[in-house]
Ligand binder design. Structure first.
Ligand code: PEP
Ligand code: MG
Length: 580
């Protein structure tokens, strides 16, 4: 069968049955019914609500058992809506007065509600439109009789095929049975790609229209190493890919042996390998892969996986759980909220931004909503007495932003002092370096923080003017571009000069192609998806710091990313022939 090329974003080969998440939009035409039929329609509505309530309750209990109450709670808001008498009565009234089908009445009333929510000034209430959408679709499915593809309790291995995977979808996924992802859109640093790598499952994104080609139940091959998908493969393709899949698993297994060994070069130069996480439950697998701490905790997932804005107590519970899972003596770098851009639903916003990546995202959003920011900062400070907690501000572009964020943190400390709440006064405060305005003049910022973490995902996007989530320009998104490398080198040097810590927590840190180079540039801390740790460690343990420095010197003399990548591939293969 035909091979569909995309962007391989998480390596490995898998063959399984497809589950297709279509970007469904259930169209409901207006249909007039007579008075007698209206009574029947109200009965259908009542049955649909009962069915939807039963399904949701089951779903909530299962998700809570598997992923904790926090994530299961997503469905409580939906259940609350179904029990809302005002809402239900309005739908019934619509059927009776307008004499329409139950489906049509549901659509009309839900649209009315959504418009109301959209115009509320509270951004969080605007976000609730998404819940109304979910409920509307669920009721319509129950009425129209469509079966909702439920991904929270799967009973066999499946590959998930979708237009795109929303953070809330991946949060509720039954991860134990999902063995691969394939999506129509996305790039190497899109959320689907990051989740796939963290889960250690093959994924291909940017496939164009794979959702139209595959149907639920089809057999699908996902080759995340070579970056393609085959729907309904023939016998030869199956044999070849089973073989390739086995080879990859063997390779991974051999790598796993070094998880417990230190990240030290052959001549004794040590570096630190940490992991990036989205949920506290990601910590155990990260440690099993050999990470020695958490270099990036993306706390916005607390918001993205919850139907209501997290309270200070929710933040505290999540961070305390993360520390408990991490164990003592290991650092937990908690990044403050990085909402907005791709981590926010623009379609649902009251005034969608024309350029969300250049808009009200991340630290800017926090500085515009100080009560929200403070809730998180209070929780971080309170939890700071429980372990090695560090705090990190994302997307800093100007010195003023950094100082403002620090001032708000100081206010929080004062408040806690007044309340007699203990916290660690000298908590290390760091910042992400992910926009060129900082990377170009890092010394200025280095004087005001205790560590930098280079976010190459955004740094590359802003330096090269390439949308990190757009598959059409994915070929231009290149960590090896000499301009990007120059910025990375300068930031590492500035950190060393100013005696502060520095790490990279963008995807580049876990890409084995760049390990020799980053080592040679003097990067002391790498933070990556857990499953990337063994291969990066293997490269570090197979080389010497002298060799890595020579490689870095050569690379920094090149003018083009092609030269850089070619040279790095050759050099890495010399020490690890099975790499890539
Ligand atoms: C980055 O930009 O490199 C980064 C690590 O942050 P995120 O991917 O969450 O934007
Ligand atoms: Mg970023």
């Amino acid at each position: 069968m035909e091979i569909r090329k995309g962007i391989g974003v998480s390596p490995g080969v898998v063959i399984a049955t497809a589950v297709v998440l279509d970007a469904e939009d259930l169209m409901v035409p207006r249909r007039h019914v007579d008075a007698a039929q209206a009574v029947v329609e109200v009965g259908r509505l009542s049955d649909a609500i009962t069915r939807a309530t039963l399904d949701l309750t089951k779903l909530r209990d299962e998700v809570s058992a598997a992923h904790g109450k926090e994530i299961g709670g997503i469905f409580d808001v939906h259940l609350g809506l179904l029990r809302d008498k005002t809402l239900v009565n309005q739908i019934v009234a619509e059927v009776n007065t307008q004499q329409t089908t139950a489906e049509y009445a549901v659509s009309v009333v839900m649209r009315r509600y959504k418009t109301k929510f959209t115009h509320m000034s509270d951004r969080y209430m605007q976000e609730r439109v998404k819940d109304m959408d979910d409920i509307e679709k669920r009721l319509l499915r129950a009425l129209i009789g469509q079966k909702h593809q439920d991904l929270t309790h799967l009973d066999r291995p499946v590959v998930v095929i979708a237009h795109d995977l929303l953070p809330s979808q991946t949060a509720a996924l039954d991860r134990s049975h999902v063995v691969g992802f394939a999506t129509d859109v996305g790039g190497r640093t899109s959320h689907t790609a990051i989740v796939a790598r963290a889960m250690g499952i093959p994924a291909v994104v940017g496939l164009g229209n794979v959702t139209a080609e595959a149907s639920g139940g089809d057999t699908v091959i996902i080759d995340g190493t070579r970056g393609y998908v085959i729907v309904n493969p023939d016998a030869d393709q199956l044999t070849e890919h089973r073989e390739a899949g086995k080879k990859f698993v063997d390779f991974e297994r051999r790598l796993q042996d070094i998880a417990t060994q230190p990240a030290v070069t052959r001549d004794g130069y040590a570096v630190t390998l940490q992991a990036n996480i989205e949920f506290p439950t990601d910590i155990a697998p990260a440690l099993a892969h050999g990470a020695s701490g958490i270099g990036l905790y993306r706390t916005e997932f607390l918001y993205l996986s919850s139907p209501v804005e997290p309270t200070e107590a929710d933040h505290y519970a999540a961070y305390a759980e993360a520390l408990a899972r991490l164990g003592s003596g290991k650092p937990l770098v908690i990044r403050t909220l990085d909402l907005g851009a791709d981590k926010y639903t623009q379609e649902k916003a009251q005034n969608p931004e024309r350029n969300p990546f250049l808009g009200d995202r991340s630290i800017r959003m926090c500085l515009h909503d100080i009560p929200m920011f403070k809730r998180q900062l209070r929780a971080i400070m309170r939890v700071s007495v429980l372990g090695d907690v560090r705090i990190m501000f994302p997307m800093i572009c100007t010195l003023m932003e950094l100082r403002q964020a620090r001032m708000i943190l100081n206010d929080v400390m004062e408040e806690l002092d007044e309340e007699g709440v203990p916290f660690r006064r000298d908590i290390p405060i760091g910042m992400m370096v992910e926009v060129p305005s900082v990377a170009i003049m890092p010394d200025v910022f280095a004087k005001e923080v205790s560590f930098f973490s280079i976010g190459t995902n955004d740094l590359i996007q802003y330096t090269l003017a390439v949308d990190r989530t757009n598959e059409r320009v994915a070929g231009l998104f290149c960590p090896g571009h000499p301009a990007v490398l120059k910025l990375v080198r300068d930031v590492i040097r500035a950190a060393a000069r100013n005696g502060i810590g520095v790490s990279i927590c963008g995807e580049m840190a876990g890409d084995p192609l760049y390990t020799l180079l980053l080592l040679g540039l003097g990067l002391p801390v790498f933070s990556m998806n857990g499953p990337d740790v063994p291969e990066v460690k293997k490269i570090i343990r197979s080389t010497t710091i002298e060799h890595a420095r020579t490689v870095a010197r050569r690379v920094m003399s090149f003018d083009s990313e092609r030269q850089v990548m070619h040279f790095l591939r050759e050099e890495t293969r010399k020490i690890l022939p099975e790499a890539f």
